[in-house]
Write a protein that binds this ligand. Sequence first.
Ligand SMILES: Nc1ncnc2c1ncn2[C@@H]1O[C@H](COP(=O)(O)OP(=O)(O)OP(=O)(O)O)[C@@H](O)[C@H]1O
Ligand SMILES: [Mg+2]
Length: 282
Amino acid sequence: MAIEEEKKNRAIELGVTQTGRPVSFSIDEPTHIAIQGMTRSGKSATTYYFLSELAGHRGVEIHFLDITTLLAAPFNEVGASGLSATGTRDADQYLTVLETLLKRMNSRIDELSALKRDKIQSFSPAYPLQVVVIEELPSLVCWLEDEDKVSGRKPAERNTPRFISMLRQLLAQGLKVGVMCLLIAQRFDAAVISGPARSNLGLRICLRVDDRDAVAMLFSDATSNHVDAIVSAPPGCGFLSSPTQRLAKVRLNYREYADYRSRVEACVHPNIDEHATRAQSR
Ligand SMILES: Nc1ncnc2c1ncn2[C@@H]1O[C@H](COP(=O)(O)OP(=O)(O)OP(=O)(O)O)[C@@H](O)[C@H]1O
Ligand SMILES: [Mg+2]
């Protein structure tokens, strides 16, 4: 009973299906998440809800690759311990964050055989779940491509293919050692989320989009009834599939930005060690 209660506390309720079944995300059974939807469909509001709930849990570290800067801002302003690359001033920072996370993932994988385990599913402050949030992934990739062109980089030196390759490695290998991605897009791009990368996306959410092809990017089995419902869905409503939930109509929980900010401020504790080190080095 106590274990059940503890497990329940480590679950975040994302919303409810049309038949009234709650849909939740469990910190101890993480999966990569993809959220897709056109502008004003409710992607950010859902993400604000999820991240502010996640931020209150011990044993979770949240990292951002956020071209908009708005999603990461509340975490960065309180000095949260996660890594962060934001805005469009510097492309290299996005590569540096992914490189660091990939190294972290690989050293955790190296430790697995010493631990005689094939995966880790128990997270704590000493071994936190690493959540990598990528806001507007296709826009970020487009901007990296433009930046490669403008900088006149030779093919072997370009940031974009390295970025995509590292992301695909995180998607393919991360879950067994507690590295999960939350990818957000108005419309996922097959060139970035190719077949194998897509099959690693366990929890898929599609809010309102404007055509069948966008729906098919996440749900290859969608029927014309599904498509009709998605193209006319109100904000925060759409379809979801997960390892424990077949494709179903959902209404998602949401939070406004001001509430997101204040909740993050209230529950994220700055990385004291990092602050002390920074202060000493001044
Ligand atoms: N689950 C929901 N229930 C009711 N209203 C919602 C829900 N989610 C979002 N909304 C409303 O819809 C508006 C647009 O949502 P949001 O800003 O999250 O869209 P978005 O998909 O992130 O758009 P963009 O791509 O332009 O950033 C919000 O201001 C909010 O009031
Ligand atoms: Mg948004």
